[in-house]
Design a protein around this ligand. Structure first.
Ligand SMILES: [Zn+2]
Length: 345
């Protein structure tokens, strides 16, 4: 069972929170990038999370097909098969699903899980993320609550987001009123805890925003304030008791300082999304190969190039290794080295 089942994934999350580390959740878009994550996690002896975005899933299905659901299933099936060969657990998650693509991405994947369970097959995914952060909080939760009830019935964990994360994916610049919204308030976190906590027996994760940005910015663009998470958690513990404390997700953390990451983990972050940094690690290696082997990967001046250099396996292999190294760096930054549950058997 190298892809964690529900009980195992719950144990993973509890173990992270109790021991103050977090899992990297790495976006993948292909067999090669998925393999890179498994390699990086296994070499770190850490469990972790593979996730697929709407765009990544469409890409994975092929440019002629562009079917997000099919691509997500295809990646998940690949991970289920190859993860058997690694001595760690991996969980599968779908990333940011905005309200306008609920019907074409997240809900069909939940339906697929329901279908699989009805014929005795295990879940393909462990969790799904609904991103209603662009909506007023009440509307966000009006969608999230029934969704969580449905997810619970199939042992799926739901991730939600409150507050606005800046950056490329959301098209929000941190200026003026938007900059205010980059920080989730304790009142918002309390409201999320009250409403989602009302779905008894369900498990959910919250991405609260504390100045995070999607994509990459030069230092100084926004200021991360992990203390926002502490303020919210303190309010929740005070009003609802410590059992209502959130399991938090760190979105938009590319380029964060180590101390900010550690502070966020201390306040309950158990999952950190990583995409931009691993994208760069992958592409950096491809660029290096191409620039160093210019006259091998190209047919220059009537020459024939060098098949050993333009075979895609060569540069994708280098890229896979480089991405795996970056995954290892993420595990280390998240204090997760050697924490796999497999070691506790
Ligand atoms: Zn987000």
């Amino acid at each position: 069972m190298p892809v964690a089942d529900y009980a195992t994934y719950c144990r993973m999350l509890d173990r992270a929170r109790d021991n103050r580390f977090a899992y990297p959740a790495i976006n993948v878009t292909s067999l090669t990038t998925a393999n890179a994550v498994l390699k990086g996690l296994a070499e770190s002896r850490s469990d972790g999370i593979v996730q697929v975005s709407t765009g990544g899933a469409a890409f994975a299905s092929g440019s002629a097909v562009k079917d997000m659901v099919l691509g997500a299933i295809s990646i998940a099936e690949h991970v289920h098969r190859v993860a058997e060969r690694y001595d760690i657990y991996v969980a599968l998650n779908t990333d940011h699903c905005q309200p306008q693509v609920l019907d074409t991405f997240l809900l069909p994947l939940v339906a697929e899980t329901e279908r699989r369970r009805s014929v005795g097959l295990p879940n393909l995914f462990n969790s799904h993320m609904f991103d209603g952060s662009g909506l007023p909080l009440k509307e966000n939760l009006d969608i999230a609550v029934p969704l969580l009830e449905r997810c619970k019935r199939s042992e799926l964990i739901l991730e939600v987001e409150a507050g606005v994360v800046g950056g490329e994916e959301d098209g929000i610049k941190a200026e003026g009123a938007a900059a205010e919204k980059l920080y989730t308030t304790p009142e918002d976190m309390l409201e999320v805890a009250r409403r989602l906590g009302g779905v008894k027996g369900a498990r959910f994760l919250l991405a609260a925003t504390f100045g995070n940005v999607h994509g990459v910015y030069k230092p100084g663009h926004v200021k991360l304030k992990p203390s926002i998470l502490k303020d919210g958690q303190d309010a929740v513990a005070r009003e609802l008791g410590s059992e209502a404390l959130f399991y938090l997700v760190f979105h938009g953390g590319s380029g964060s300082l180590l101390e900010e990451i550690h502070e966020a983990i201390d306040y309950g972050v158990v999952k950190m999304n990583i995409d931009t940094d691993t994208q760069y690690a992958f592409t950096r290696a491809v660029a290096d190969h191409m620039l160093k082997n210019y006259d091998g990967v190209l047919k220059v001046d009537g020459e024939v190039g060098n098949k050993k250099q333009y075979d895609p396996r060569v540069y994708l292999g280098v890229a896979e290794a480089a991405m795996a190294e970056r995954v290892k760096g993420a595990v280390k930054a998240l204090r997760g080295v050697g924490t796999t549950l497999r070691a506790t058997k």
